[in-house]
Design a protein around this ligand. Structure first.
Ligand code: FAD
Length: 325
């Protein structure tokens, strides 16, 4: 039975993305449980800095495919190469982060391999030797646990923030270069340019006052009332993850396990329910004020002051009061 775990290493501008260290931690635990090896797979061109930086991260081997064509051809070439490597190494599990890269690659690899793809997973574990993944359903209001049969490989894309990063290990991983011939393959798409998402230029982790907004705001246009309160208090606007996911604010404003950790003097949570992933990023704030129309919202369990009511009435009233000070 196949026992190895392959983790895809995500990197950008010669730096490993933090999500990869979390996937390696999950992969290490699963490989130990399966009695197999943890293999990190690095793809791209001019990879020596990436590879060297990974060697003390507790994996058994680093597989490296260094081909100039990989930096020109995006997901199409990458999924081709990963599939080739998986065919050669025959792992039980291919683990990728559920990032923009993983979202695109996981189904493509699975389709090429004829393997199941489990995306958007929030947990993965071994139960009596079998892999069990957890996925959110219906916008996170329910979770499904799925037992995967022992056919291999399976491709799993795991969300960021589900495990800590892998710590440094005493042993140094061996590096194994692999060659995958891309010369005679004609890829249909060619990567022209990577355009960075514009940053807000604000570092929420340094702010003393944060007015944070959640899905309860309901509409991008209405963010102006949150910004007005932040301005009146000399603070900054931050948010929960759904606000970023729908594109209303940039990711550098997100508080939580997959965003930033903040500990301001005052944190005002407006229309935020208080999911554990949000709380882990702000519960060390000195004073937490929560505004929520649901008296049972979990945010009230960490709030020092709670206001049960409609944020569209309360936030402008607070702004007006702050302006009078
Ligand atoms: P909801 O849970 O939908 O809550 C909206 C709240 O608004 C409700 O409590 C509602 O009562 C209230 N409301 C609605 N209308 C009004 C009104 N008019 N006035 C007052 N209150 C109103 N989340 C994060 O925030 N940060 C993270 O870093 C993060 N990382 C995650 C990582 C993983 C791996 C996973 C699985 C999830 C992560 N999440 C994160 C998502 C998290 O689980 C929650 O889904 C999210 O925090 C919910 O955001 P929310 O509170 O804005 O929305």
């Amino acid at each position: 039975m196949q026992r190895d775990v392959v983790v895809l290493v995500e990197h950008r501008t010669h730096e490993v993305e933090s999500i990869t260290y979390q996937m390696l931690a999950a992969g290490r635990e699963l490989a130990n449980g399966l009695g197999g090896q943890l293999l990190a797979l690095v793809l791209g061109h001019e990879l020596s800095r990436i590879t060297e930086g990974l060697r003390d991260k507790g994996m058994d081997k680093i597989l490296v495919v260094d081909e100039p064509a990989l930096s020109r051809n995006g997901a199409e070439a990458q999924s081709y190469v990963i599939t080739e490597v998986v065919r050669r190494t025959e792992p039980r599990l291919v683990l990728v982060g559920y990032s923009l890269v993983g979202m695109e690659l996981a189904p493509a690899i699975a389709a090429k391999l004829g393997a199941p793809a489990m995306t958007n997973c929030i947990g993965i574990e071994l139960r009596e030797g079998s892999l069990v993944v957890t996925r959110p359903l219906f916008d996170g209001t329910m979770h499904a646990q799925i037992l995967l049969d022992d056919s291999a490989p399976v491709v799993v894309a795991l969300q960021k923030g589900m495990t800590p990063s892998i710590p440094a290990a005493a042993k140094t991983a061996a590096v194994e270069p692999l060659h995958v011939d891309l010369q005679n393959i004609s890829f249909r798409g060619r990567l022209l340019e990577i355009i960075e998402e514009p940053a807000s230029g604000i570092d929420i982790s340094k702010a003393e006052v944060i007015v944070s907004v959640g899905r309860g705001i309901g509409d991008k246009e209405k963010l102006s009332i949150i910004q007005a309160l932040a301005d009146a208090l000399g603070g900054v606007m931050a948010c929960s993850r759904p606000v970023v996911d729908v594109g209303w604010l940039t990711r550098d404003r997100q508080v939580g396990s997959s965003g930033k950790t903040v500990a301001p003097k005052v944190y005002i949570a407006c229309g935020i329910s208080g999911a554990s992933q949000h709380l882990s990023g702000m519960s060390e704030s000195r004073r937490i004020i929560a505004i929520n129309k649901d008296a049972n919202a979990p945010i009230f369990q960490v709030a020092h002051y709670g206001i049960v009511g409609d944020l569209f009435a309360i936030v402008p009233a607070l702004t007006a009061a702050a302006k009078k000070q």
